[in-house]
Design a protein around this ligand. Structure first.
Ligand SMILES: [Fe+2]
Length: 275
């Protein structure tokens, strides 16, 4: 199967950004207009800029175009979806994202995977969706932030950092083991918002803090690893080699580039195309 990866839409940041989101959506619809079977669209967070309801309404309107054109969507939250200042870990904003994602994500959990994506009206990460022989696993890189001490949260707010938290990592470990036991050759696509590797960024901000355990869990197990957060576009060849992962790519500039690029990825050939 084919899927499309986009990220970091930041609806509500300013008029230019919103116009680029509209341009991107139209570009995707047009590109696949002749195909009866539309690719899945994977969106790795930062749908809105400040976690406000009006912005979610606007993002919903824009993305419903994809929905109406027959595209299914999978998504995970970013730091901007949960609050105003990059990392605000605001509970109300989290609920707003929760409802927004509920309306746009068209498929629920796969009964075979042993996990339930939605419980009591809330998303329970990791979320798993199976399409043919491809397993999509989505993480919430902000979940651990809600569990930190006030001091750490204070620091996190200024550094736009993420934490997965131990419960989510425990669950992820079990899920991957389970999939590999039953479906050896399946393609596992792991997606999240924050950059899961240490990268050379000034002042060490924007990091995913509990990434080392994540590396141990996914090494030689995951086939495709996608994320956004940094508004850049880069295939991480060294991380692919070190972790035994076929594709590792940061792609956060779908609407931070006037040409509104997106990637099309084939889960069988595990090849990607920039469009
Ligand atoms: Fe972003």
């Amino acid at each position: 199967m084919k899927f499309v990866h986009i990220s970091d839409l930041h609806v509500g940041e300013h008029g230019t950004r919103d116009a680029l989101v509209e341009k991107l959506v139209n570009k995707i619809v047009k590109h696949y207009a002749r195909e009866r079977e539309k690719p899945l669209v994977l969106i790795t967070g930062d749908f809105v800029h400040d976690g406000q309801q009006e912005q979610f309404n606007q993002a919903e309107q824009l993305l419903f175009k994809l929905h109406n054109a027959g595209f299914q969507m999978l998504m995970c939250p970013g730091n901007h979806d949960y609050g105003e200042t990059g990392l605000d870990d605001d509970y109300q904003a989290m609920q707003r994202y929760n409802r927004f994602a509920m309306k746009l994500t068209t498929r629920e959990s796969d009964p075979d995977s042993g996990v339930q994506n939605i419980r009591d009206g809330q998303w329970k990460y990791p979320i798993v969706n199976k399409y043919d022989d491809a397993f999509f696993i989505g993480l919430d890189t902000m979940q651990g932030v809600f569990r930190l001490s006030w001091y750490a949260r204070f620091w996190a707010r200024f550094s736009a950092s993420g934490w997965l938290g131990t419960p989510q990592l425990d669950k992820l470990e079990g899920i991957i083991k389970n999939i590999r036991r039953k479906h050896r050759g399946a393609t596992i696509i792991l997606y999240m918002h924050h950059h899961p590797f240490n990268f050379n960024f000034r002042f060490r901000v924007m990091q995913l803090h509990d990434r080392l355990r994540l590396h141990r869990i996914i090494k030689n197990q995951v086939n495709i690893l996608l994320f956004g957060h940094n508004h850049v576009e880069k295939r991480l060849w060294d991380k692919q080699r070190q972790n035994g992962i076929g594709i590792v790519q940061v792609f956060g500039n779908s609407v931070h580039d006037r040409n509104t690029p997106f990637y099309e990825i084939d889960t069988e050939t595990r090849k990607m195309k920039r469009i």
